[in-house]
Write a protein that binds this ligand. Structure first.
Ligand SMILES: Nc1ncnc2c1ncn2[C@@H]1O[C@H](COP(=O)(O)OP(=O)(O)OP(=O)(O)O)[C@@H](O)[C@H]1O
Length: 256
């Protein structure tokens, strides 16, 4: 019997094989090996400077790895440019805001929809009934900002800004979405909206989340990877991670 060629859905979304990233003598990420399955929700935790954002940067290509291999749905993307990885379906948000303050929520989402299509930002207006406008409406509903579409970005709450950023990252229809501390700076009252929004994302979307807030991280994850000093120190399920003495030492240590 011959085996059929594996389809994209059989393949893990992401395989990191001994990935490392140096900045001069500093090993920001060392020897990280992990597999993220299609549709998996994965949280990456760790103290400041653990290498979490650098790991994201190696995956999206902002800072390619200096060692090791990154495989995305079976393709070696280790040295591809960021725009090529984005076109292959890798979307992300950043810790710092990437929004256009003078523009409305609608215009920000519209820019992202057009950028995903044409590879550059363009505010050339689409006529009534244009599919790009329908796409903006759909994204706004998905990230729960459809009631503030005509409000300027600088007039909406911090939590809503985070939601718009996620909407913009979704504009390119990513297969892998990486969110860098989406709950950072949110009021406690804003967090349930974020948690619900993340829970409602399509199940075939693979989600990797860097998060300091344990509640947000654990609520949305099936697997948790804990990093410290550039290496993985714990890789397990949320219930095991909360009880892990290494994790407790890290988080209690942070609070001291
Ligand atoms: N572009 C860069 N050039 C030099 N060093 C860098 C660069 N980016 C990150 N680093 C260093 O790499 C280490 C890991 O940083 P990184 O931002 O990845 O950590 P992190 O876990 O995301 O931290 P935080 O939670 O504070 O965002 C730090 O020592 C940081 O100073």
């Amino acid at each position: 019997m011959t085996s059929s060629p594996s389809s994209a859905s059989d393949l893990p979304a992401l395989v990191l094989d001994s990935v490392g990233r140096r900045f001069g003598a500093l090993h920001a990420v060392s020897d990280v090996t992990l597999t993220v399955h299609t549709g998996e929700r994965r949280a990456i935790l760790g103290p400041n400077g653990a290498g979490k954002t650098t790991l994201f940067n190696t995956i999206c290509g902002d800072y390619p790895p200096t060692s090791g291999k990154i495989t995305y749905f079976g393709a070696d993307i280790s040295q591809l440019k960021p725009y090529r990885r984005a076109r292959m379906g890798i979307g992300r948000t950043y810790q710092s805001s990437t929004l256009f303050n003078g523009l409305s929520v609608r215009e920000n989402l519209y820019l992202a929809v057009r950028a995903a299509k044409f590879g550059r930002f363009s505010l050339i207006k689409a006529g009534p009934g244009h599919p790009d406008l329908a796409r903006v409406d759909a994204l706004a509903q998905q990230v729960r900002v459809d009631h503030i579409l005509d409000t300027r970005i600088d007039a909406v709450s911090h939590g809503q800004r985070r939601q718009v950023e996620i909407g913009m990252a979704l504009a390119g229809d990513p297969k892998l979405l990486m969110l860098d501390e989406p709950a950072a700076g949110l009021f406690a009252a804003e967090r349930p909206e974020l948690v619900a929004l993340l829970a409602d994302l399509p199940r075939d979307l693979t989600l990797i989340l860097i998060e300091h807030d344990m509640d947000v991280a654990l609520a949305n994850s099936e697997k948790v990877t804990v990093m410290k000093d550039g290496v993985i120190v714990v890789d397990s399920t949320p219930d095991k991670v909360v009880d892990d003495p290494v994790v407790q030492a890290i988080y209690l240590g942070e609070r001291q």
